[in-house]
Write a protein that binds this ligand. Structure first.
Ligand code: NAD
Length: 301
């Protein structure tokens, strides 16, 4: 397949490399010279312009920071909806707000171009190892075309529903993750104050109803899980800044859909405070360190 890959950052670069490894002819594009140079250094080809690359491609994949970038790349005067060939397939893998995803998909439909939202879970390690999970929104026919291409970059490829359903799945999943991580962090803070040894809490909770991914795979205290970010001074992993971004997206969606998500809202506020305290670039499990440093006034006895 002739594929154009737009957005060669932390995620996009290894994803594009995996497509090349699978035998696809990949043309890269990025506004940042450093990202383009890295792609070229790995043997990749950069088209003269976004328009030139898009016109020649059968499939265009985007991996951009946020909704505003997706709008610019798809809807701009020189954007994909103007330049892409009529029969081409457009796949946006960025994590963005549901509203923008649905709006861009509707514009693509008006131009008779098939477009999917396909955000991912699995982080940079998943991108490098081609083990990402793709949550795909869009038509059945579009999904069927995309699946073998996405399979070169991921392990689990799920059709979530119509346009925007991939983004909806992504922010719901990450709201669970943000809330559950904070629950685990608070339990370790309380255990410490109560004199309960952290290995003991881990051994008991991981075999009890408190068990969850945040505890088992990314335990926020060093000791119980050797591969957790807490073992390497909270080097990400999944940065707290990205968790904050996803929690904000979940709250934006909850507000426009009229859903009550008080735990998600509170989690967003905690990650905001943590980011303001200078921890945004640490793994999101650094919430343990942040909460452990807070003191709560004792009730008068
Ligand atoms: P990044 O900032 O490393 O990469 C984004 C790239 O897009 C940059 O190289 C930037 O120069 C480029 N870009 C920006 N505007 C552009 C434009 N108009 N045209 C062309 N290129 C443009 O970000 P990332 O970590 O690769 O994340 C990308 C997306 O994936 C985000 O939406 C993020 O939320 C999501 N995501 C990231 C992770 C992670 O662990 N990093 C995990 C899951 C999902």
């Amino acid at each position: 397949m002739r594929i154009q890959f737009i957005g060669l950052g932390n995620m996009g670069l290894p994803m594009a490399s995996n497509l090349r490894r699978a035998g696809h002819e990949v043309t890269g594009h990025d506004t940042a010279p450093r990202a383009r140079d890295t792609f070229i250094a790995q043997g990749g080809y950069i088209a003269a312009s976004l328009a030139e690359g898009a016109a020649a491609a059968e499939v265009v994949i985007t991996m951009l920071p946020a909704g505003e970038h997706v709008r610019a790349v798809y809807l701009g005067a020189e954007g994909l909806l103007r330049c892409a060939g009529r029969g081409s397939l457009l796949i946006d893998c960025s994590t963005i707000d549901v509203e923008t995803a649905r709006e861009v998909a509707a514009e693509a439909a008006k131009a008779a171009i098939t477009m999917l939202d396909a955000p991912v879970s699995g982080g940079t390690v998943g991108a490098e190892r081609a083990t990402l999970t793709f949550m795909v929104g869009g038509s059945e026919a579009g999904f069927a075309r995309a699946k073998p291409i996405l399979a070169a970059m991921g392990k689990h490829i799920v059709h979530a529903g119509g346009p925007g359903a991939g983004q909806a799945a992504k922010i719901c999943n990450n709201m669970i993750l943000g809330v559950s991580m904070l629950g685990v962090c608070e339990a370790f803070v309380l255990a410490g104050r109560l004199g309960l040894e952290r290995h003991k809490l881990f051994e008991i909770a991981s075999n009890s109803s408190g068990s969850c991914w945040s505890l088992l795979h990314n335990c926020p205290v060093p000791g119980p899980v050797p591969t957790a970010a807490s073992e390497r001074d909270y080097k990400p992993g999944f940065a707290a800044a990205l968790m904050l971004k996803d929690l904000k997206l979940s709250q934006q969606a909850a507000e426009s859909a009229g859903a009550a998500t008080p735990m998600g809202a509170h989690a967003a506020r905690i990650y905001e405070a943590l980011a303001a305290a200078g921890l945004a670039e640490k793994d999101f499990s650094v919430a343990f360190r942040f909460l452990d440093a807070l003191l709560r006034d004792k009730a008068p006895s």
